[in-house]
Ligand binder design. Structure first.
Ligand code: NAP
Length: 297
């Protein structure tokens, strides 16, 4: 029996682990893929208080090492279900926890085009910092209007010959500082009020069709397409047990309590106003404090 089972090893889950280990709790961290979560796709983090400039991978490594040095260990298993008694079934085992913290974050949203998955790894990417280097001196396009898309376009403008930034509206949701920096780049072209309606190519992506609000279409010859249209949660497996909103986010009372006793939520997986690194680690610490107190009872 673990004091706390933490599902997800992103910033929220690892912060919860850090706090729980410092309180001498017996914890289990379950992660389906790799530690770090979405932050590993950030080229540069410049808005984390007290750290001037760090890459997402460095941040994730530092946090992971902090947890590891306290004796924390991640089991790389995919959670399939949780039951009323807080038994957590994975693809390999079943574990029991006095408490559970769900910190499963969110995953990249797809554009939703039929042919999209065919080109993943063949020109289509959801992570500029992971795949950007494959497009040195090539032509790429970024889709989206949030901070991720703006950051991706800025990052790629230093690598690629040409960057198109395609957004469905005429104003960006992302911060003005990024937009101002992009406007200074000669190799960046903005395409507003437009969506990508088709991907073309034999073996790999060769061009995309971009359609504006008046249904005018143009074909852009590109080598790479970076899709940065936000995230969506993956909480389906918890839906039978805890309350989830119509967009799939876990409903959290007082920022941490789910509808089920002794099951808590932290980070992007929950309903919240701001999904950033600062709020994820804040959530992780709060969930740990609540779970530690419950496990002590
Ligand atoms: P986001 O802020 O939700 O933006 C998603 C963008 O994609 C929006 O501009 C949206 O358009 C567009 N979009 C959504 N679905 C689309 C579709 N099917 N086709 C075309 N466009 C579509 O997501 P994000 O940029 O990934 O950022 C997520 C969170 O992380 C945000 O809170 C963001 O501030 C944060 N973040 C912070 C940093 C940083 O601070 N350095 C970096 C990255 C991300 P509309 O605007 O029209 O809705």
């Amino acid at each position: 029996m673990y004091d706390i089972i933490i599902i997800g090893a992103g910033p929220a889950g690892l912060t919860a682990a850090l706090y729980a280990l410092r309180a001498n709790k017996k914890i289990l961290i379950l992660e389906a893929k790799a530690y770090g979560g979405q932050i590993i796709t950030a080229h540069k983090i410049e808005n984390y208080p007290g750290i001037d400039n760090i890459t997402g991978v460095e941040f994730a490594d530092n946090l992971y090492n902090q947890v590891k040095n306290l004796g924390g260990e991640i089991k790389y298993e995919t959670v399939l279900k949780i039951d009323e008694e807080r038994n957590v079934t994975t693809d390999k085992n079943t574990y029991s926890g006095k408490t559970i913290i769900i910190a499963t974050g969110a995953k990249n949203r797809k554009l939703g085009l039929n042919e999209e998955s065919k080109y993943i790894g063949k020109g289509v990417s959801y992570c500029a910092s992971c795949d950007g280097n494959l497009f040195k001196e090539k032509t790429v396009a970024v889709i989206g209007g949030g901070n991720a898309a703006l950051e991706d376009a800025l990052y790629l403008s230093n690598i690629a010959k040409k960057v198109y930034l395609i957004h469905r509206r005429d104003t960006f949701r992302g911060e003005e500082a990024y937009y101002n920096a992009l406007k200074k780049k000669e190799n960046v072209t903005f395409i507003f009020n437009s969506v990508c309606s088709k991907l073309n190519g034999e073996e790999k992506l060769e061009s995309i069709i971009v359609k504006d609000n008046n249904e005018n279409e143009q074909e852009l010859k590109i080598d790479g397409l970076f899709i940065a249209v936000g995230q969506e949660p993956s909480n389906e497996i918890f839906a039978n047990l805890i309350d989830i909103d119509d967009k799939g986010y876990i409903i959290a009372h007082d920022d941490v309590y789910t509808s089920k006793e002794k099951i808590y939520v932290a980070g992007d997986a929950r309903v919240k106003k701001l999904r950033q690194l600062t709020t994820a680690v804040s959530d992780g610490s709060l969930a740990a404090i609540v779970a530690i107190s419950e496990a002590n009872n």
